[in-house]
Design a protein around this ligand. Structure first.
Ligand SMILES: [Zn+2]
Length: 319
């Protein structure tokens, strides 16, 4: 939209394309959710100087790597100040005179105050203005926002597509690493790239093993597996194991139903979804407990026992 060579857009070479690539285009506005740690707020709860600074750095990082997976420590929000600033910028109009583009990422974490600040402009956007609102959880987006938008869905990328693109970007990586990353990425290219760049192979392998042992209810081998990593007291590894287990549960549950409608999924998969939901919840709780330095052994044993109860209960029902 911003390229100066519309016949060949994006040409990646014109003044405008280069500005976009350098996060310096005056008509491209990007807003990300942030966690407002105390040091990023001033006394009235608004963004402080330091907060604005942190935001600018985050945006630059994200533009440098569009696939960057942001990790938040705490609940991310889209502060109303950012939306107000965005409104001003958009109402002011395009500086280059071509178009204005506003990208608001993670729109699902938007609270009422920020959403209200956006509604009017979404309803009557200035000419030549495009708003792109993104989310992985449409059900969590305020209905007033959804009703003013045109929804465009993106499906899961097939693993082969992910591997092909990974090969282009990371030619030096082993094929098996790329395949494993694609397998665990739940159809998200960004997640796959993150897995290649920060290998969590040990975590992925251990997660898969623990999952299979839970299915087999083999406590003896589970104990041996726990012994292989608990003594190192590596909280990050342990956390990664549960995160990998969540990817694993999701991939297994959703891989073959990504084309189905929500209604079909409800009809066909009620029980599977219920089970997966419980399992994801168990893993999520383990991740949180590990984040607040809970006892690793107790967290792991509790989580795996609960997971087995869910899986075992299911088995008994089907018998
Ligand atoms: Zn261009």
């Amino acid at each position: 939209m911003l390229c100066l060579n519309p016949q060949n857009a994006p040409c990646q070479n014109c003044d405008s394309c280069r500005k976009v690539a350098n996060n310096a285009h005056p008509d491209l506005h990007i807003v990300y959710p942030v966690t407002l740690a105390a040091e990023l707020k001033s006394t009235d709860g608004k963004l402080s100087e330091k907060g604005w600074d942190a935001l600018a750095k985050l945006t630059a990082r994200r533009i440098g790597n569009p696939y960057l997976q942001l990790e938040y420590s705490g609940n991310p929000v889209i502060p109303v100040e950012l939306i107000r600033e965005l409104n001003h910028a958009v109402v002011r109009g395009s500086i280059d005179g071509i178009a204005s583009v506003a990208i608001v990422d993670g729109i699902d974490v938007m609270k009422k105050e920020s959403a209200n600040a956006m509604l009017k402009i979404l309803e009557e956007p200035p000419e030549k203005t495009l708003f792109i609102l993104t989310t992985e959880r449409q059900h969590a987006v305020l209905p007033t926002i959804v009703s003013r938008s045109q929804v465009v869905r993106f499906g899961y990328l097939p693993a082969e597509t992910i591997v092909r693109r990974l090969k282009e970007l990371r030619p030096e990586a082993e094929d098996s690493t790329l395949a494993a990353a694609a397998d665990f990425a739940m159809g998200s290219f960004g997640r796959a790239l993150g897995l290649v760049d920060n290998p969590v192979e040990d975590a992925a392998r251990t997660a898969r093993l623990l999952w299979e042992l839970c299915l087999m209810q083999d406590w003896h081998k589970i104990g041996r597996t726990l012994d292989s990593f608990l003594p190192s007291a590596n909280y990050e590894l342990c956390r990664q194991i549960f995160i990998q287990m969540m990817y694993f549960i999701r991939t297994r549950l959703f891989a073959d139903i990504s084309d189905a409608s929500a209604e079909e999924i409800r009809m066909r998969r009620v029980r599977g979804c219920w089970q997966a939901d419980k399992l994801l919840h168990i893993c999520q709780r383990a991740v949180s407990a590990l984040q607040s330095n809970g006892n690793m052994l107790i967290v792991c044993v509790n989580a795996l026992m609960e997971a087995m109860e869910i899986l075992h209960g299911e088995k008994q029902q089907s018998r």
